[in-house]
Design a protein around this ligand. Structure first.
Ligand code: ADP
Length: 264
């Protein structure tokens, strides 16, 4: 039988992600472009994923869109909520996972799953930048660095500079004032990570935290945040090899499941 390729596209607020699965199982192509919905990011992510798989659009049996901008993808066969896709992707990455903590560019969500991998409950912060990737991006800019350098800075911390403001704008002023007092940058970064962890932990506790716990989304690429959250919650947290692609993975699985359901 010929191989069947399904594509999942996650049009996030901050980044566009795309995965191509062969026969619903093997990832043969993927791409993460740091530009979100409403930009050229989704088209570039599609093109880059196809190129990495050595395929063309005509080889793809079904395209499933998810994420904040999912309705804007031309030619998608299905458009599915990111909650369902994150649940599907997380259950594939970590069978038996009970709690998924996803922190993206502009929101943070906590999903609880049944033992069979079904989405049971979720709680979301999409009202406030604090506790999201945006908060970390803003702080990285003030520190004249990039979000992907924060983990290494945190690892060099010898103490933690407390960041007490829960508002991104006030926290930014706090960081600027700590810099002018010559506080060590690694210790400020550790304080920023703890602040994100404290907010995320309170969201997670409201949803209920049951192990195994998995963290997904672009912010899970920052091990400093993952470890700060482990300390806040007192649990160990797994991170899949490509946490930012988890929603796209779920979308590609959804497409595969739909094709097979339609066949039977
Ligand atoms: P969305 O789906 O909302 O677009 P993502 O899940 O793609 O969001 O996450 C985007 C966020 O991930 C960015 O705001 C950034 O802070 C963070 N991020 C992306 N790549 C890295 C990295 N290599 N290290 C640390 N943080 C990262």
């Amino acid at each position: 039988m010929a191989d069947v390729y399904t594509m999942g596209v996650d049009l996030g607020s901050t980044a566009s992600k795309c995965i191509i699965l062969k026969n619903g199982a093997e990832t043969v192509g993927s791409a993460v472009i740091p530009s979100g919905a409403g930009t050229s990011g989704p088209d570039r992510a599609l093109a880059a994923a196809l190129a990495s798989a050595g395929l063309t659009r005509a080889d793809i049996a079904a395209v499933t869109a998810t994420g904040y901008g999912r309705e804007s993808l031309d030619g998608a066969d299905w458009s599915v909520s990111e909650l369902s896709c994150h649940a599907l992707g997380a259950a594939r990455e970590c069978p038996g996972v009970m709690t998924v903590i996803d922190i993206g560019g502009q929101d943070a969500k906590v999903l609880t799953l049944s033992a069979e991998g079904r989405l049971e409950n979720f709680i979301m912060n999409d009202k406030c930048a604090a506790g999201t990737g945006r908060f970390l991006d803003v702080m990285a800019r003030v520190l004249e660095t990039e979000a992907d350098k924060l983990e290494a800075l945190d690892a060099a911390a010898e103490g933690i500079v407390p960041i007490s403001s829960t508002c991104t704008v006030f926290a930014e002023s706090e960081v600027i004032s700590q810099l002018s007092r010559r506080a060590p940058i690694p210790d400020i970064v550790a304080g920023i990570h703890r602040s994100v962890a404290v907010r995320t932990a309170s969201l997670a506790r409201r949803a209920g935290v049951h192990e195994p716990v998995l963290m997904t989304g672009g912010v899970a690429r920052n091990g400093g945040v993952v470890r700060a959250l482990e300390r806040e919650l007192g649990v160990s947290i797994g991170v899949p090899p490509a946490p930012q692609l988890c929603g796209a993975l779920g979308a590609a699985i959804y497409g595969w499941n739909k094709l097979n359901k339609n066949k039977s």
